[in-house]
Design a protein around this ligand. Structure first.
Ligand SMILES: [Zn+2]
Length: 93
């Protein structure tokens, strides 16, 4: 293939179209037989992790973590309430 022919083939190749960090679409040519370019999942091991793992930083706000914190807070509330009752009973006034 001549350089010109290669250039033509590249230009005619389907584009990747993955959303980029700047919000636009990736315009790199897709890997042959794939829908994405070599950076965006066309190549083995490339692209974003499965699911939305990019959004998870420390798991502090997962459903489970929030539930756990609320349950702990509730236990503290109950403990405080019981303690305050007990203290009032022992030391009235
Ligand atoms: Zn791409």
């Amino acid at each position: 293939m001549t350089r010109r022919a290669k250039r033509k083939a590249m230009d005619a190749a389907p584009r990747c179209g993955a959303r980029t960090r700047s919000g636009g679409a990736c315009k790199a040519p897709a890997v042959a037989g794939k829908k994405r370019c070599r950076m965006h999942g066309g190549a083995e091991g490339s692209g974003a992790p499965l699911g939305n793992k990019n959004a998870v930083k420390d798991g502090k706000f997962t459903r489970e973590a929030i539930k756990e914190r609320r349950a702990a807070a509730e236990r503290f509330r109950i403990a405080r309430w019981v303690l305050s009752k007990e203290l009032r009973r022992k030391f009235p006034g």
